[in-house]
Ligand binder design. Sequence first.
Ligand code: NDP
Length: 286
Amino acid sequence: MGNIISGKEVSTALRAKIREKSLALREDYGIQPGLAVILVGKDPASQIYVRNKQRACEELGFHAFEYKLNENYTQAQLLDLIGVLNKDNKVHGILVQLPLPDHIDSQVIINSIDPSKDVDAFHPVNVGKIMIGNYDFLPCTPAGVMELIDSTGTDLTGKNCVVVGRSNIVGKPMAMLLLHRNATVTICHSKTRNLAEICANADVLVSAVGRAHFIQANMVKEGAVVIDVGMNHDENGKLCGDVEFDEVASKTSYITPVPGGVGPMTITMLMQNTLHAAERKAASRK
Ligand code: NDP
């Protein structure tokens, strides 16, 4: 059985550091990191995510500005609200919980966020900066995965890393972060041929597909590091990842569980981004 990477432990250690820095920022500069979270509508999963983000703010000494808006809120109203938050000095990070209702164009909304407050790193300016490798914010889930890989002490230089999934939120930026660390990266998706073979050649395998039981033991190299980003429900309604955990774990050197792996990292990285935005504000005052 491979070593299990505890996202909870890595996240708890990181949060302790973030809290310390957040309190120091308040003491030294009178700046309290502020995160505005906007939720339009009543999507149950989104409500849970928003609540968890608010809790994280409380735990780390951040100011949470919460906007729970009804599902008829218009795109124009949302753009006005973001315009106000862009100018508000107490707000260092703005997060619009996705998905938005159909009558609102998510990309228009993302584009309206001041890139220096775009703590999700979804704005095209921040996406471009990630591509170049000179970024202010790292996208939260891929950044969390990098922390988990680093916690194993794995040197990524020259390693074969395979990312399954090519979404703008996870797969693509994930591949870019691995590339910046000198890995040889392959991105797989639904049209990839010989997927099992490609995965079986990976020293580090990151699965971000969204299908239970997707990664089977025959797709994993002996001694690989396996990171499971997937969040699915199995036939019994139980939360699970993409990886067939028990049979795959016996082949790996390190593996993340679901729950308790990548999940706890995402909000922590959001908090880290908000802290960095507030720190940059403090530095600009010097
Ligand atoms: P998307 O649905 O946007 O992307 C899924 C990707 O998987 C696509 O690129 C798709 O390929 C690929 N895919 C689907 N079926 C196959 C297949 N049979 N073979 C190979 N590739 C396939 O999902 P996200 O990237 O947003 O999320 C992925 C998973 O990660 C989900 O389970 C989500 O819940 C989870 N997640 C977890 C987070 C966390 O904090 N733990 C945060 C964000 C996401 P194609 O592009 O060709 O369609």
